[in-house]
Design a protein around this ligand. Structure first.
Ligand code: 8X3
Length: 261
């Protein structure tokens, strides 16, 4: 808790899944003394989360704002609109992201290609560029990136999603190297399958059966498992950077190696 004391943490995609769990885990780990800036497209979901957080941790400060990171023109105005108490970001969690479909090259809808790149890559880059400017001025801060096993090992049907996550991985690696002389830490977590409420449902456009089949007969990771890792990374001593962490459920060892008992 001491290592998080007074910190201002910005989480994108906080309405559900890993972002939602990460907000809760930071609230808990912050022992009442942190600030959270929570963004997502759906403000009603953020409102409910804010109420829930304040009920359990009345002394934390929470600011919510509707933000679609794929609309990159809206990112700078959003940062400028933050109340002064929330304006300096100590920890940025670039969580917002999505996969759409599992179609082979030749059949991927160009609308999906654009949406994945806009969200997972261009929005993430724009937000990071703006936040890193302020972190550089203060010579501190943590940038926590949601990568994926898909950014390390491409799989059939994942051409676009894998390309976005490998773009994130290389962007992140370059940034970490640029910042070696600073106190800014650049951290990437790379999950395998995580059974969240929406990731596979969004990928398969509402097909519940297909979404459930991804995790069927395995014990997958859950959003909380990734949230725990993110908070762990943010609470290491200042000398320590969890640069890249590949994290799987115990029944998975690659996109192709999944034991279904
Ligand atoms: C999520 C993991 O395997 O669906 O990033 O690409 S996977």
């Amino acid at each position: 808790a001491e290592r998080l004391a007074g910190k201002n943490i910005l989480i994108t995609g906080a309405s559900t899944g890993i972002g939602y769990s990460t907000a809760k885990y930071f609230a808990e780990a912050g022992a009442g003394n942190i600030k959270l800036v929570l963004t997502a497209r759906r403000e009603d979901k953020l409102k409910a989360l804010k109420e829930e957080l304040l009920k359990s941790y009345p002394s934390i400060q929470v600011f919510i704002a509707s933000l679609d990171v794929s609309k990159i023109d809206q990112i700078s105005p959003f940062l400028k609109s933050l109340p002064s108490d929330f304006a300096e970001i100590d920890v940025l969690v670039n969580n917002a992201g999505k996969a759409l479909g599992l179609d082979p090259v030749g059949s991927v809808d160009p609308v999906d290609v654009k949406e994945m790149f806009d969200t997972n890559v261009l929005g993430m880059i724009q937000l990071t560029q703006l936040v890193v400017q302020q972190m550089k001025k203060r010579n501190k801060g943590d940038i926590i990136q949601l990568g994926s096993v898909a950014g390390r090992e491409p799989y059939p049907g994942g051409s676009i999603y894998c390309a976005t996550k490998s773009a994130l991985n290389f962007f992140t690696g370059a940034l970490r190297k640029e910042l070696i002389s600073t106190k800014i830490r650049v951290i990437e977590v790379e999950p395998g399958n995580v059974a969240t409420d929406e990731f596979s449902l969004v990928r398969f456009k509402g097909d519940k059966e297909r979404a459930a089949s991804v995790y069927k007969d395995t014990e997958p990771l859950y959003a909380e498992d990734i949230a725990e890792l993110i908070v762990f990374a943010a609470t290491r001593k200042e000398n320590t950077v969890l640069a890249e962490t590949l994290i799987f459920g115990n029944n998975q060892a690659s996109p192709f190696h999944i034991y279904r008992g």
